[in-house]
Design a protein. Structure first.
Lengths: 192, 609
């Protein structure tokens, strides 16, 4: 299952290594990773996308919550959210094809941000599927270079991931009977 | 956790406003934190700090000194600090130089992390301009340590030195305790500044989570659900782990068990959480737990895990662990809940407050568990630990059993790792918590001797015994000399079976006795003479059963550091044993422990599982 996890961390060196270590230590690949300062420059927001067993992901989320420099963690799995990614595509173009590329870009609400002899750079924003579709459409023209930023995400509605207010779905297991907090039989695996 | 609180901000630190260098500030914070002993090995990049310790001590009367204990290797320093912390509950401190000094500490740091032991390690680092240039004695301490400890600080900002050290202590002892590393470049140690005398780093997320943990109160409904489960059960059992000891919750656990009449099994690290001589104590469960403890786990219908984590040495076959039981779990670490075993009730909180709150909530709870209590008493009587009593050779179990008759559960005992460790866990009584110190999760051979040194320095006047094996003791043998150098009256009991006994046991069971790399019968070391050479006033060897008791009595009664080697039967195996990945019903009890009638398991050494 694909998970988008956002983490607010103290903006200090070493935090990213520690966080990625939690994933690599369990053999999980990070499919995309986005890090930037938040409005408060002492805090960074990390958004990463990974796939894996939900139960192990829940463990990782709890371990993220234990890291000293981690302020907040949320997993957008199951939550109503919006996600966006930006892609820059450098595509081969001739005078003849330039117009076609431009029309594909405009269908995707993209922007031509550079035109040169034999190539164009197009920028498109969207969720992962849209970006995939866009790249596929440009493929016949000749993809010279593609660079994607990785996904960023937010809750829909008023819910926010903020250092001040707590996530509406706290990750701490505290009481029985609450969905997602008490792990049930049947999902456990033996050691050895 | 017991430790001096940070100097109150309302009262100004007497040295506030004083100009000093970074190393002086660190040493002053150590003193403010109540540290009385620092384990450390010097070197170029940490020299400013060693010099600061020297000057700190020179300016003070002997009673206010930071005692500096120098080990044979940095790993020794780490395990001394761990022994100090485990036995006292106070944060252990060790100080080493950059590069090899720091990398030699990776093992004790990881060991402390795995067993949740609060220590602070201060590592010198090459000066800031030299970092990342493969400078002399440089190692990427931040990267290496960050995967092995609770937290690591690299101090690059000289204005945050004292705050960093104070925060390191806070982190080490709070929440689920653990090791914290401070990597501090030489030029930062030498930087001049003005001592403030107060302040910590602000760690928003951690501080908030910790505060929430400290405030948490088990809601009425949650407590009610717990007592409904307990009320519906006929055969409840408490499964207590190291979290009870680390959380200083032994008193609460004992009161809880007594109040509700519930028998208790403990993990290796939980030994001492219950007074093992108490009727409700069934001693250790798991791979080498007592037969009666493991039978009780099989039989129980409600298992209450407190500060324990269903480790693979306890629940090797998870699905078959406590198969008939509803499970409740109280732990300070949310990530342990449901990690291995699904649970029916859980509460995240420290064991001390959690148990006290449950006890209060269950004030009016009444249920008679006397039939179950009688059942476990019968199990204890019918399936006691036992060993080969007919042999002419000294039996390792007998050695520890005789020692137990002398020390009567009052000694602090450390161990190496292997058979002797398991026999010590099985055959010794412990009246108080923090008296059995052993490397549980990591299983680090060589732990026993340095840990005993640290424990003795934290507990002057107490009897401290290191029970070691010939394989384990060799790993930190240099620390024998540390004992006599500082005249630390640790008693070192070596069970010599000329090999790595636990490895040999597995080779016997699973590798048709091919002793690849585990036999030490050709080793020439004369331990007794080695100890004499190191200045031991008491250094003896026992080879016959007849001399055993007398030698042990003289050894324990000796006033200074003492060494006793007991040459034991090489063929002895640790039983009971639940093979790796096996369920409790597959427990092998060996030749000398009576199994339950319907479970006569015969070990076929050729089975090769």
């Amino acid at each position: 299952m694909r998970h988008i996890i956002s983490v607010l961390v103290e903006n200090e060196f070493g935090v990213l290594a520690k966080i990625s270590g939690l994933f690599s230590g369990r053999g999980f690949n990070i499919e995309s990773l986005c890090v930037a300062e938040s409005p408060d420059p002492t805090i960074s927001r990390i958004t990463l996308v990974t796939s894996g067993d939900d139960r192990v992901l829940e463990q990782i989320t709890r371990h993220l919550n234990k890291l000293v420099n981690v302020i907040r963690v949320c997993d957008f799995e199951d939550a109503r959210h919006v996600e966006r990614e930006l892609v820059l595509v450098k595509v081969a173009s001739t005078e003849r094809t330039r117009g076609e590329v431009a029309s594909v870009a405009s269908i995707f609400r993209g922007k031509i941000i550079d035109v040169a002899e034999g190539s164009m750079v197009v920028e498109v924003t969207g969720d992962g599927d849209k970006i995939d579709a866009f790249i596929d459409l440009l493929r016949p023209f000749g993809l010279l270079e593609v660079v994607r930023t990785g996904i960023v995400a937010m809750f829909r509605g008023a819910a926010v991931l903020s250092p001040v207010t707590r996530d509406e779905r706290p990750q701490v297991a505290v009481e029985p009977g609450h969905e997602g907090r008490v792990v049930r039989e049947g999902s456990e695996s033996d050691f050895v | 956790m017991s430790s001096l609180p940070e100097t109150k901000r309302t009262t100004k630190h007497p040295l506030a406003g004083t100009a000093m260098n970074g190393a002086d500030m660190m040493v002053q914070v150590l003193a403010d934190e109540g540290v009385d002993t620092v384990f450390g090995y010097s070197g170029g990049a940490i020299l400013p700090t060693f010099d600061a310790i020297f000057r700190h001590n020179a300016a003070r009367p002997k009673t206010e000194e930071l005692r500096l204990v120098v080990p044979a290797t940095e790993q020794g320093a780490g395990f001394m600090a761990a022994g100090y912390a485990r036995s006292s509950g106070r944060v252990g401190v060790f100080v080493v130089t950059s590069g090899p000094g720091a990398t030699n500490c990776v093992t004790p740091i990881r060991d402390c992390h795995a067993d949740s032991i609060p220590v602070v390690l201060i590592c010198g680092q090459v000066p800031r301009p030299a970092m990342g240039t493969d400078a002399f004695q440089e190692a990427p301490v931040f990267n290496i340590m960050s995967a092995c400890c609770k937290h690591v600080f690299l101090v690059t900002d000289e204005s945050k030195i004292e705050e960093t050290v104070r925060t390191a202590f806070e982190l080490a002892r709070s929440g689920r305790p653990g090791p914290v590393v401070i990597d501090i470049p030489r030029d930062v140690q030498l930087s001049q500044g003005v001592f403030k005398g107060h302040g910590t780093l602000h760690l928003r997320g951690y501080d908030e989570r910790l505060e929430a943990l400290g405030r948490s109160v088990i809601p009425e409904e949650t407590a009610k659900a717990f007592f409904q489960m307990l009320g519906a059960s006929e055969r409840p059992l408490v499964y207590a782990g190291g979290g009870v000891i680390n959380g200083d919750a032994a008193t609460e656990l004992r009161a809880f068990a007594q109040r509700f009449g519930i028998p208790v099994v403990t993990t290796l690290l939980g030994i001492g959480a219950m007074d093992t001589t108490n009727d409700l104590s069934l001693h250790m469960l798991g791979m080498h737990g007592t037969a009666f403890a493991n039978y009780a786990v099989e039989d129980c219908d409600f298992l209450f895990a407190v500060g324990s984590r269903f480790d693979d040495r306890v629940a090797g076959k998870v699905k078959e662990f406590a198969p008939g039981a509803k499970i409740a779990h109280l732990d300070v670490d949310a990530s342990e809940i449901g990690k291995v075993k699904g649970v029916d009730w859980a509460w995240v909180g420290d064991a001390k407050r959690g148990l006290a709150q449950l006890s209060r909530a269950g004030k009016s709870f009444r249920r008679d568990f006397s039939r179950w209590q009688k059942h476990v008493s019968d199990l204890r009587r019918a399936h006691p630990l036992d060993f080969n009593r007919g042999s002419d050779l000294v039996q390792p179990e007998e050695t520890i059993a005789v020692l137990n008759e002398i020390t009567r559960g009052e000694a602090i005992v450390t161990t190496g790792v292997g058979q002797h460790q398991m026999w010590a866990a099985q055959y010794l009584d412990f009246v108080k918590p923090r008296s059995f110190l052993t490397s549980g999760s990591m299983g680090t051979m060589g732990f026993g001797l340095p840990a005993a040194i640290g424990a003795q320095l934290a507990n002057p006047g107490k009897l401290v015994v290191d029970i070691d094996g010939d394989g384990s003791i060799r790993m930190n043998l240099g620390e024998l000399e540390t004992l006599t150098t500082y005249d630390i009256p640790v008693k070192v009991l070596l069970l010599n079976n000329y090999g790595d006994g636990m490895v040999r046991q597995w080779q016997d069971l699973f590798y048709t006795s091919r002793y690849s790399g585990s036999d030490k019968s050709l080793h020439k070391k004369d331990f007794v003479r080695a100890c004499e050479a190191d200045g031991f006033g008491f250094s003896r060897r026992v080879t016959t059963r007849a001399e055993l008791r007398g030698a042990l009595e003289a050894f324990v009664g000796y006033e200074g550091p003492a060494f006793l080697e007991v040459v034991v039967d090489q063929s002895a195996h640790v039983y009971p044993m639940i093979g790796p990945g096996m369920g409790y019903k597959d427990m092998i009890t060996g030749k000398w422990i009576k199994p339950r009638a319907h479970k006569d398991v015969v070990v076929d050494p050729n089975a090769g599982f």
